[in-house]
Design a protein around this ligand. Structure first.
Ligand SMILES: [Zn+2]
Length: 258
């Protein structure tokens, strides 16, 4: 008797329950704007209000650091940061400033498992990196430590990097750079503490040197904050023989009010 009920349930009951579950999910979670949660037509999109407020980075910006200037200083002008502390990378670019509706996009991809956002975000990065991508041979995502990768199940930088490599028609090298130290989150650390926190964090697989020699690569991450992490990774890649290291992130933290 029990067996026959189980058979009937698996034939009729389970699919019905699954269908009811999907309907309930649609009723409970209608497609909503990633920026503000308002209802939109299709999932993963922004409402017109958030679209209008998306802080896309546009010229003029520092040709090295990629940070927008408040006013146009003229061609070839470098920012104070690029002059005072020349970075180990050739140039950095980002699609948006890390504020307003850009913030929930980043946290949705990073903490809420919303990997379906990665192709959209990578599309914006493709545009932001239009002057660096044609010079590059391959895309390298900033790696997560194994422990964090196991916990999250994916690396948000690799999700962005894989989509970007596909869109830009570049090779994707997710395996050559390793994170060997479990770092504490950089939030709330001073610039000095961040630099110490990332010292010795990155290592390369043995086969990396042959791949990197004389090549130009783009390091991809979700957010550029102080740059301590990507600078540490860029140094490791340059030391291994990479000719150029570019940095392309989705967003860029803002120190001052823009
Ligand atoms: Zn919205």
């Amino acid at each position: 008797m029990g067996g026959s009920f189980r058979q009937k349930w698996s034939k009729w009951g389970a699919p019905l329950a699954a269908e009811l579950g999907r309907t309930a999910e649609k009723l409970l979670f209608p497609p909503s704007c990633v920026g503000c949660g308002r209802a939109v037509e299709a999932n993963g999109l922004l409402c017109p209000h958030c679209w209008g407020k998306m802080p896309f980075i546009t010229k003029p910006y520092c040709p090295i650091m990629g940070m927008p200037f408040r006013f146009d200083p003229g061609d070839g002008f470098l920012s104070g940061e690029a002059l005072a502390d020349p970075p180990p990378f050739t140039a950095a670019r980002a699609a948006v400033l890390h504020k307003g509706p850009a913030v929930p996009l980043v946290s949705g991809l990073k903490f809420s498992g919303r990997t379906e956002l990665a192709p959209i975000m990578a599309g914006w990065m493709l545009r932001a990196g239009a002057d660096i991508l044609p010079q590059a041979d391959a895309i390298i995502p900033l790696p997560l430590h194994n422990r964090r990768f196991r916990h999250r199940g994916y690396n948000q930088a690799a999700e962005l990097g894989r989509n970007l490599a596909r869109l830009a028609g570049k090779e994707f090298w997710p395996q050559i750079l390793l994170r060997r130290k479990y770092t504490i989150p950089q939030v709330g650390l001073s610039a000095k503490e961040r630099a110490r926190n990332v010292r010795g964090v990155f290592a390369l697989r043995p086969e990396a040197k042959a791949l990197l020699k004389g090549r130009a690569v783009v390091l991809v991450d979700d957010v550029y904050t102080t740059g301590a992490t990507v600078k540490a990774a860029a140094r490791v890649l340059k030391r291994a023989g990479a000719a150029e290291v570019f940095v392309l992130t989705f967003s860029r933290a803002v120190k001052e009010e823009f």
